[in-house]
Ligand binder design. Structure first.
Ligand code: NCD
Length: 316
């Protein structure tokens, strides 16, 4: 079986074959390697229709998918769907079936409910291309892929790395997908750091090092990924004051001092300056945040392209 044609849905990095994961990274890199105009227009998806269906707000992810699909010459339509007032399960199913009947080939879906995108892929539209652009607190595979690509570029690979994820682990779909990806790529030291109330259970059993004390976590780190406090997902008061949070878990220049001299700092955005990260770090020499944005485009091109290939093959 050619693994390149096997991917019709990208729902999570959990359980994704290492060959498929590396193919996404290599393919993304090939778009960056095109030279001068890093994302020149290509014809790969010409004749296919891509719909960005965002049941939850987003600017950067939606824009990145939209630009990526256009760079590959797909026909692209983007919807922001406000789902709050409707009976959600039913509306989701009907919306998807109607769009598929109208000739949509690939759906890029973001939804506030964990599992909603898998439901679509498995129960509603098993023959369409489906990309998860973030579902609840569950998964955000393309964000994790772009983080992995950024790490690979900056560190030359994944051997011997100490990677630390700091912040709201409990509500973060980015962290969940990223931890799966880092484990698939056999990163030797995967660490997380957060206040106890923002740490999910069961991480140590999976071989992840868990810290509450930031200086201990950051010591000798090669890569630090900072997460936003996802207040919109917090059911109750899980935090001390914002100021106290920053003092203990915010990434400041001082907090960086124990890390390796060439440490790279990533953040999936949106950034809360002065809360999860200091401006001087976000804009400083260790920051890879703008590189992540550029890689985000390349990764979405790679994923759309592979899934487009699979859609075409499934039909032929
Ligand atoms: C992330 C998300 O939506 O999960 N952001 C993003 O993809 N741009 C992280 C976040 O919202 O904190």
């Amino acid at each position: 079986m050619d693994y390149r044609s096997a991917v019709l849905h990208l729902l999570d990095l959990d359980g994704l074959d290492v060959a498929v994961l590396e193919d996404f990274l290599n393919h993304a890199e090939s778009f960056l390697d095109e030279g001068h105009a890093p994302f020149q227009k290509l014809n790969n998806l010409s004749g296919l229709t891509v719909v960005n269906l965002f049941f939850e707000g987003s600017t950067r992810t939606r824009t990145a998918f939209e630009i990526a699909a256009k760079k590959l010459s797909a026909d692209v339509i983007s919807f922001d769907v406000v789902s709050s007032s409707v009976s959600k399960g039913e509306m989701l199913r009907d919306t998807m079936l109607t769009l598929a009947a109208s000739g949509v080939d690939i759906f890029v879906v973001r939804h506030g409910f964990s599992g909603a995108v898998r439901f679509i892929a498995q129960r509603v539209l098993p023959h369409a291309g489906i990309i998860n652009a973030g579902d609840g607190s569950h998964a955000h595979p393309t964000q994790a892929l772009l983080d992995l690509l950024t790490i690979r570029q900056l560190k030359g690979g994944f051997d011997q790395l100490r990677v630390v994820i700091v912040g709201d682990l409990l509500h973060s779909r980015v962290a969940r997908s990223l931890m799966h990806g880092l484990q698939t790529l056999e990163v030797p030291e995967i660490c997380v750091c957060a206040p106890l109330t923002l740490l999910p259970d069961g991480l140590e059993e999976r071989g992840i090092q868990v810290y509450q004390h930031l200086p201990s976590a950051v010591r000798n780190a090669d890569v630090i990924i900072v997460l936003r406090l996802q207040k919109e997902r917090m059911q109750s008061n899980l935090l001390p004051s914002a100021r106290e949070y920053f003092r203990n878990w915010g990434l400041s220049d001082e907090a960086l001092t124990g890390a390796k001299a060439d440490v790279s700092v990533l953040h999936p955005g949106p950034i809360n300056r002065g809360q999860d990260i200091a401006s001087s770090v976000a804009d400083g020499k260790h920051s890879a945040i703008l590189r992540q944005v550029q890689n985000g485009l390349a990764v979405r091109m790679a994923v759309l392209d592979r899934i487009g290939q699979s859609v075409r093959e499934a039909r032929s």
